[in-house]
Design a binder for this molecule. Structure first.
Ligand SMILES: Cc1cc2nc3c(=O)[nH]c(=O)nc-3n(C[C@H](O)[C@H](O)[C@H](O)COP(=O)(O)O)c2cc1C
Length: 196
C-alpha cells in the first residue's frame, strides 16, 4: 500500500502550515490511506546547515522520502518564498529523491499577496528533484487558519473545501500510480460495489 509522507516545513511548534498538514492527514486517514509525518524542525539543525548527508537524522529522513509513494509538503511563506528549513532539507536529499512521486504543496502566509510563492519558488525545486506530478497547491492566509493555544485548529469552510478537493486529487493520483505499479490501491468503503 502506498504511504503518503507529510513533511512539516515550519520552524514553529504551533504552526499554521502544520495545521493544514494535519487536516490533510485526517482526510487521508478517512480514506484509509497510510501516512507518515516528518517535522523538519525536529531534525538535527547542525546536520542540515552543514549539509551532513551522513548524519543519522538525514539518512533516516531520506529513507522515509524514498519509501513514500507521494509527498505532501507544507511550508510557511518566508520573505516571499518558502521556509529556510525546508530549503536546507531539500538540499540534502539526493537529486532524484522525488522521482516518480506525486507531490502536493501546501502553504500559509500572512497575506494573500504571496500566494504564488508555491508556484514560482517551490514548484521548480520539487521539479528538479524529479517529481512525477506536482498537484495544484493549496494556499491559506493566517486569517483562514485559527490555531488554539492547545494546538487544535479551525479552518475556514472555503479552505476545507479546497483541501477536500486537493486530497481527492492526491488519492486519485496515488491510486492510479499504485495500480500502474501492479499493486492495489485502497478503495473507500463508500465506493465498494457488490456483485448482484
Ligand atoms: C521570518 C518570517 C517571514 C515572513 N514572510 C512572509 C511573507 O513574505 N509573506 C507573507 O504573506 N507572510 C510572511 N510571514 C508570515 C507567515 O508566512 C505566516 O504567519 C505563516 O502562516 C506562518 O506559518 P507557520 O505557523 O506554519 O510557521 C512571515 C513570517 C515570518 C516569521
Amino acid at each position: 500500500m502506498t504511504t503518503v509522507l507529510l513533511v512539516a516545513g515550519s520552524p514553529s511548534e504551533r504552526s499554521r502550515s502544520a495545521a493544514l498538514l494535519a487536516a490533510v492527514q485526517q482526510r487521508l486517514r478517512e480514506r484509509v490511506v497510510r501516512t507518515d509525518r516528518l517535522a523538519l524542525r525536529t531534525l538535527d539543525a547542525e546536520a542540515l546547515l552543514q549539509a551532513d548527508v551522513g548524519h543519522p537524522d538525514v539518512v533516516e529522513a531520506a529513507r522515509r522520502v524514498a519509501e513514500a509513494g507521494a509527498i505532501v509538503v507544507a511550508t510557511p511563506v518566508y520573505k516571499a518564498a518558502y521556509s529556510g528549513v525546508l530549503k536546507v532539507f531539500l538540499d540534502v536529499l539526493p537529486q532524484s529523491a522525488f522521482k516518480g512521486k506525486t507531490v502536493l504543496p501546501l502553504a500559509t502566509g500572512g497575506s494573500p499577496h504571496h500566494m504564488l510563492a508555491l508556484d514560482y519558488a517551490l514548484r521548480p525545486v520539487l521539479q528538479s528533484l524529479g517529481a512525477r506530478l506536482i498537484l495544484p497547491g493549496v494556499y491559506a492566509t493566517d486569517a483562514q487558519v485559527v490555531v488554539t493555544p492547545e494546538g487544535a485548529h479551525q479552518l475556514a469552510p472555503e479552505l476545507s473545501t479546497r483541501l477536500d478537493d486537493a486530497v481527492d486529487a492526491l488519492v486519485a493520483e496515488t491510486g492510479a500510480q499504485a495500480a500502474h505499479a501492479g499493486s492495489f490501491a485502497p478503495v473507500p468503503f463508500a465506493q465498494v460495489r457488490c456483485s448482484v
